[in-house]
Ligand binder design. Structure first.
Ligand SMILES: [Fe+2]
Length: 331
């Protein structure tokens, strides 16, 4: 299985590996089906930009480091419900939220590194909620690398899963952190530090963030983690950067938006070339098949020899660049 941009979908060679659902989670197309041209444009209208497919090239590729889609969609639905509850002045759905935090924490403890499901694999109306789930996954991964205990991970995850909840009450970008802070703070079952994650997630070390422009040590470590996760998620899902490009971008913010230690912890837990990435190596073109020991040195199947090489064991082999789909045909 691999992920392709919807524009690169080829009806003749590719089948869906995962179902495509609409915003109500109705299955539009099941796994195993092919997508007719007319239907492709419908999916694009829904805001879907990526598809999971099987084809000759994807043979032997699995995406084990990616969260399973039904669970991911379940948690997105919980965040959507939370927004609705806040809009209607109902209490936060704590049972579902607690369960979601637990499932996300388990997911992160299971995997050495994670691959994000871009929010553009779901319809546009679910995107803001999917974003909050992805930010939580990334934050937990960073927390794990920093050696956080269970309680710290819980509080971090709660803050991240609700970091943009203020948007349920205000359209003003400058206001949403404080609005969110007040919503979370009003709930006694949630730690105050989680509320501060929402309050501070747009603050930066150099004091150029918002809403209070606090700086340096005043920006809580949890909030810095939420901030880096937020930046990476936006780079992947909104700017459509590839994971390696997104990591590069984050590195440039080191010690300006968040501390270098947090950037390093982030770097250790993120896969830069997920399985299925088409790459140009200094020894020829290939496709990433697995990520084993080192999240930045994957195993690559080299097309011209039809064999896999582990970059982690072959230090002289370099990835020169990520290739777009059409230039990297199997010959
Ligand atoms: Fe935000």
């Amino acid at each position: 299985m691999r992920m392709v941009n919807i524009d690169d979908y080829n009806e003749k060679t590719m089948q869906l590996a995962k179902p495509v659902q609409d915003e109500k989670r109705r299955v539009l197309l099941g796994a195993g089906s092919t997508i007719h041209e007319k239907y492709l444009s419908k999916l694009k209208e829904l805001g879907i930009r990526y598809l999971f497919i099987e084809d000759a090239k994807s043979k032997g590729i699995s995406l084990d480091e990616m969260m399973d889609m039904p669970t991911w969609m379940d948690i997105i639905a919980v965040v959507e419900k939370t927004f609705k509850d806040v809009k209607e002045n109902n209490p936060l759905p704590m049972i579902e939220l607690n369960k979601s935090v637990k499932r996300l924490t388990e997911e992160v403890s299971r995997n050495k590194a994670i691959i994000l499901i871009p929010t553009t694999t779901v319809s546009a109306s679910l995107k803001p909620f999917a974003h909050m789930v992805n930010v939580t996954l990334l934050a937990l991964q960073i927390g794990k690398k920093l050696g956080y205990n269970g309680l710290q991970l819980h509080d971090l995850a709660f803050g991240c899963l609700l970091h943009d909840i203020g948007k349920a009450k205000t359209d003003n970008r400058e206001e949403h952190p404080e609005t969110g802070f007040n919503i979370i703070r009003a709930n006694r079952e949630i730690s105050l530090i989680s509320a501060h994650v929402a309050y501070q997630h747009h603050e930066t070390l150099d004091g150029k963030g918002f809403p209070r422009k606090i700086e340096g040590k005043d920006v809580l470590e949890f909030a810095q983690i939420c901030s880096i996760a937020n930046d990476y998620e936006n780079a992947i899902s909104n700017e459509a950067l590839s994971p390696d490009e997104a990591i590069e971008k984050i590195m440039t913010y080191s010690n300006r938006k968040y501390t270098h230690d947090i950037v390093l912890a982030f770097h250790r837990g993120i896969i830069s070339y997920p399985p299925g990435t088409n790459v140009k190596l200094n020894i020829g073109d290939g496709i990433v098949t697995k990520v084993i020991d080192n999240p930045h040195r994957p195993v690559v199947r080299v097309h011209k020899v039809g064999k896999e090489v582990s970059l982690n064991q072959q230090p002289t082999i370099m990835i020169e660049k990520v290739l777009p789909e059409e230039t990297n045909e199997i010959k």
